[in-house]
Design a protein around this ligand. Structure first.
Ligand code: FAD
Length: 402
């Protein structure tokens, strides 16, 4: 009997965990290595768009996800100062009909827990920072800080934007600061619904910045992502503490509903937003990249985790369908690089559209939003219908003949 293909995963974030679940579902053998001593996720929300929900359903995790989700009614674009609705993309009824799955808002910690609970005993090793990759013959090995190694048929770097695996395979090229900084906060409320937060994903567009607000935790909390252009920011981190006062000062003059929401913030963090240009390849020999390690992107289409989840599913099915791991990795790249590159580049473009400062350019943009709303509300605002439509669970690779 042929032995199971063994896959070593470096990084236990959303992408690494989704890959582990998909590998096991395909009868392959995952082993995951996480540098932190305990699994945990930052307190922040995440928009699970229909393309990501389709993968969670294929992994058998739909009910778990639904139980902790909030179902938004629409994506709404609003003027930063007046609150005027610039576009409305219906979600609650339309997403299952148009894209084959709902659109959910969840707390990152809930999503991470649902995925981590799928790990079997002994499948993950914590407190294991990877420091290098070694390849020889038909194997690859992850090397850890304590000097131990794990040898496998394939090693996957799912170790985030500052990936060590990426550095080992392709050299040290730092991520690019995009000129945007961001605050994030989750505000729990005893009383729902709130009269100053509608049950939507609200995009408040202003000059040189935007704010996104939505309910998470089945509606018991509101997630805030507040982005401002800033030349000075340099550190990329999940954990640079900030204050409510600093957040409110950044948005002086914005709509009173936002100010009221911000005034309820107790804990907030800020960090710089970084991305990279799409890479010409992710794989060397028997080692490859996934998620932010392969294609970090601005959060303006809400797709970083969704892309990592799609990657995990496609990588597992490509390895399972291939004659050998090298062919499987080629299938994976052929399927995933074009899609993730498009999302990376379009997310950058959205930033420019959201943050226009000239009054004339804003009017031109708003007229375009309005015309598109009338023709087809799914193509206005974020214009992400092509993102949501994709189904990672059914795609087939288009391989170039050898
Ligand atoms: C403001 C903001 C809002 C966002 N909103 C959304 C959204 O609404 N929807 C969405 O889909 N995405 C969103 N994203 C993007 C999303 O958070 C990321 O793209 C996603 O978490 C990437 O997952 P990952 O598993 O690739 O990497 P990560 O989540 O960074 O996980 C990497 C893991 O690897 C571990 N690790 C790192 N180095 C090593 C090492 N050397 N050895 C072992 N382990 C290591 C880390 O500890 C971590 O656990 C947002 C991002 C930001 C900044």
């Amino acid at each position: 009997m042929q032995r199971k293909l063994r896959v070593g995963i470096v990084g236990g974030g959303i992408g690494g965990l989704a890959l582990a679940a998909a590998l096991r579902q395909n009868g392959l053998e995952p082993r995951l290595f996480e540098r932190s001593a305990a699994f945990g996720e930052v307190g922040a929300g995440i928009q699970m768009t229909p393309n990501a929900v389709k993968v969670m359903r294929a992994l058998g995790l739909f009910e778990e996800l639904r139980a902790v989700s909030f179902l938004p009614q629409n994506i709404i674009g609003r003027n930063w100062r007046s609150g005027r609705v610039m576009w409305r993309t219906p979600l609650a009824e339309d997403c299952p009909r148009l894209y084959g799955a709902p659109f959910f808002h969840v707390h990152r910690a809930d999503l991470h827990r649902i995925l981590a609970e799928q790990l079997l005993p002994g499948e993950a090793r914590l407190a294991s920072p990877c420091v290098g990759i070694r390849q020889a013959g038909n194997t690859a090995a992850a090397v850890f800080a304590d000097g131990t190694e794990f040898e496998a048929d394939v090693i996957v770097g799912a170790d985030g934007i500052h990936s060590i695996v990426r550095r080992e395979l392709f050299g040290d090229e730092p991520a690019l600061y995009t000129g945007n900084m961001c605050w994030r906060a989750v505000v729990p409320f005893d009383r729902q619904p709130l009269d100053f937060v509608s049950p939507d994903s609200s995009f408040w567009l202003g000059p040189n910045g935007h704010v996104v607000t939505y309910y998470v935790s089945s509606g018991r909390a509101v997630n805030i992502v507040a982005v401002l252009e800033s030349k000075d920011w340099v550190a990329e981190s999940w954990t640079t503490p900030s204050t409510r006062e600093e957040l409110m000062a950044g948005y002086a003059g914005w709509h009173p509903n936002l100010q009221k929401l911000f005034s309820n913030v107790t804990d907030t963090f800020k960090w710089g937003l970084f991305d990279r240009d799409p890479m010409p390849g992710w794989t060397k020999g028997r080692a490859t990249l996934l998620g932010d390690a392969a294609h970090p992107m601005l959060p303006f289409l809400s797709q970083g985790a969704a892309m990592a989840i799609e990657d995990g599913y496609v990588l597992a099915s490509s390895l399972a369908a291939a004659e050998n791991p090298v062919e499987g990795l080629a299938r994976y790249e052929a399927l995933r690089r074009p899609r993730t590159a498009r999302v990376q580049l379009e997310a950058r473009e959205r930033g420019k559209t959201y943050h226009l400062s000239s009054r004339f350019a804003q009017i031109k943009r708003d007229v375009k939003y309005f015309v598109r709303s009338v023709i087809n509300p799914q193509t206005t605002g974020l214009g992400a219908n092509w993102v949501y439509d994709y189904d990672a669970t059914t795609v087939q690779p288009q391989l170039q003949p050898a």
